[in-house]
Design a protein around this ligand. Structure first.
Ligand code: LMR
Length: 396
């Protein structure tokens, strides 16, 4: 059977990590995959995560299965983190959450659900979007379409074009929105723009799916949820895929969630009953460890406060690197205007580097950047900044 199988192309993001790991150059720089690195280039386990793991190890009494949708407490904590304690959605029980294996797992469950329960619904993704979005939704059998997002002239949001293309989305289709820290551009709509998008979505009868993978990495835990909270002022049915890979550093623990917001609590539970069938046919029930860590931290006042400080440290370091990158490039005599990168948020920005320049950076300088020109600002530090900017100046 296998004689006919041809080698598959490498994944545009994770394939680069494989190549990076094999590169013997001691000065190699990884700005590809969205993984946080501290000032010394390490991806640390957060101290609050370590403490939660210690507590879990002591208190755990069973390895029996979790329910298909995970622990109810986890679901409730996920909702409170997104909407804030006492928000109407939480108080009215209009949210139902399934603990999923990472943000990608949550997106795939959403894709399978849409394909099964809303056949014929296409999904609209921003242009550009995370390279894995089209892959996940096509694998789920959905038709993938795009809406305008970035203005290449300003490296900012082309909001008029975004609205114009969203006006073309037919009722019953799904629109994917990035909750904050847009991947790959780092460009987010303002809260007012979120409101306008919400009004449009409600008027057109479209279902939003919010990919919320970077809460806390832009301006703060609550601040980063402001767009989502503005959206639900207009829209009463939506899906939200959460990830704790970045804000808890739980990458390999595959810790995420899919939340359904219904018009009523009963409706949310009905949709969740369908999601359970999707989950059972997919991975049956979620892995427990990462969810246990998130619950332990969020339920303990002291740990939660410490975790918020840890997230602030990550955010501040990334935002500091944005400034240093732009200043260092200027200092190296680069005349192209990179200043928009300072306004952008989260791990990523579009550098505007071409595919050929990205290749040259990899081949001549052992600097790894995604082919689209997306850079992971969290891979920069004071020690590698000079070499990075010299190399970029040389390929421009
Ligand atoms: C990224 O965009 O680099 C991250 O979300 C990691 C991944 O799975 O691609």
């Amino acid at each position: 059977m296998f004689e006919t199988v041809k080698t598959a192309p490498a994944d545009p993001i994770l394939g680069l990590t494989e190549a990076f790991n094999q590169d013997p150059n001691p000065d190699k720089i990884n700005l590809s995959v969205g993984v946080y690195q501290d000032g010394s280039g390490k991806t640390p386990v957060l101290p609050t995560v370590k403490e939660a793991e210690r507590r879990l190890l002591e208190s755990e009494t069973t390895k029996s299965y979790l329910p298909m949708t995970g622990d109810r407490t986890y679901g409730s904590l996920v909702q409170k983190l997104m909407f804030g304690d006492g928000h109407g959605i939480v108080a009215e029980g209009r949210g139902a959450t399934a603990h999923c294996p990472g943000g990608t797992g949550a997106l795939r469950v959403a894709g399978d659900y849409i394909h099964k329960l809303h056949p014929g619904s296409a999904i609209w993704l921003s242009d550009p979007t995370w390279a894995n979005h089209p892959t996940v939704f096509k694998a789920a059998g959905l038709e993938v379409k795009t809406y305008a997002y970035r203005d290449p002239a300003t490296n900012g949001l082309d909001f008029n074009a975004m609205i114009e293309s969203l006006e073309q989305v037919p009722a019953g289709d799904v629109v994917l929105l990035h909750g904050c820290c847009h991947n790959p551009t780092g460009i987010d709509p303002t809260v007012e723009q979120w409101s306008q998008v919400g009004e449009l979505i409600r008027r057109r009868g479209v279902l939003p799916l919010v990919d919320f993978a970077y809460q806390g990495l832009a301006d703060g835990i609550d601040q980063d949820a402001a767009g989502l909270r503005a959206l639900v002022e207009h829209v009463d049915q939506l899906l939200i895929a959460s990830s704790f890979s970045k804000n808890f550093g739980l990458y390999r623990e595959r810790t995420g969630a899919l939340t359904i917001i219904g018009s009523t609590a009963e409706q949310a539970q009905t949709v969740m009953s369908q999601l359970k069938l999707v989950i059972r046919a997919n991975y049956s029930n979620p892995p427990a460890h990462g969810g246990g860590i998130v619950m332990t931290v969020l339920q303990d006042r002291e740990l939660r406060a410490k975790w918020e400080l840890e997230v602030a440290e990550i955010r501040d370091r990334i935002n500091g690197m944005r400034h240093l990158f732009v200043e260092t490039l200027k200092g190296k005599g680069v005349t192209r205007d990179f200043s928009a990168i300072i306004q952008q948020r989260g791990m990523f920005s579009f550098s505007g580097l071409t595919k050929e320049q990205v290749e040259e950076l990899r081949e001549k300088h052992a600097i790894y950047i995604v082919g689209s020109g997306r850079i992971n600002v969290a891979g920069m530090n004071e020690a590698n900044m000079g070499r990075l900017c010299d190399a970029i100046a040389s390929v421009l």
